[in-house]
Design a protein around this ligand. Structure first.
Ligand SMILES: CC(C)(COP(=O)(O)OP(=O)(O)OC[C@H]1O[C@@H](n2cnc3c(N)ncnc32)[C@H](O)[C@@H]1OP(=O)(O)O)[C@@H](O)C(=O)NCCC(=O)NCCS
Length: 151
């Protein structure tokens, strides 16, 4: 393992990112299609107004990914970045890559005029809290709800 770097994803990275994120979603019990997710990632990589995808690479290999979707928020009176997914491949963890990805997301978001970054943590996923706290995130006392439509 060499040194890693972070950069925005381009269209050609999206399929591999989708493969990593499908694996990550599977760990959380969410079934997702690599094909459909790759198309979503391509849409985002092509239009910064929709969000962006930050990658960590070791040489040519993608070893981490952060997926960010942007919404126009009433609460924050401006564009807000939803950091929906953060994933580092297991053999590259505990080397600062997750921290570097979130730091790069925060820098990119600020440069793009985004006014806040939101994320969610599963209630039983305490292990990750210290990472976000170190980077200035604070917990909101709310619960997240969803109403899905039949596909
Ligand atoms: C969370 C994750 C991206 C961290 O990546 P990383 O490159 O190991 O992170 P860093 O080396 O920069 O920082 C280590 C920090 O990650 C967190 N962490 C450590 N083990 C973890 C684990 N098994 N799961 C989640 N977070 C973990 C801790 O905050 C740790 O800091 P600490 O050792 O001081 O407590 C990585 O563990 C991962 O992909 N986990 C599975 C997916 C996930 O949990 N995503 C976040 C959903 S909110």
């Amino acid at each position: 393992m060499g040194t890693f770097s972070t950069a925005l994803a381009t269209a050609s990275d999206c399929r591999e990112c989708a493969r990593l994120l499908v694996y990550q979603l599977g760990e959380h019990g969410v079934e997702a299609s690599t094909e459909r997710l790759a198309r979503v990632l391509e849409d985002v990589a092509a239009d910064i107004a929709r969000g962006f995808l930050m990658l960590a690479r070791d040489g040519g290999r993608i070893v981490g990914v952060a997926y960010v979707a942007t919404i126009l928020s009433a609460e924050h009176c401006g564009p807000v970045a939803w950091l929906e997914e953060l994933y580092v491949t297991p053999d590259y963890r505990h080397r600062g890559i997750g921290t570097a990805l979130v730091t790069a997301v925060l820098e990119k978001a600020q440069k793009a005029g985004i006014v806040a970054v939101d994320l969610e943590i599963d209630l039983d996923h305490n292990r990750v809290i210290s990472l976000y706290e170190r980077l200035g995130f604070r917990r909101l006392e709310r619960s997240r709800w969803v109403r899905e439509f039949t596909k």
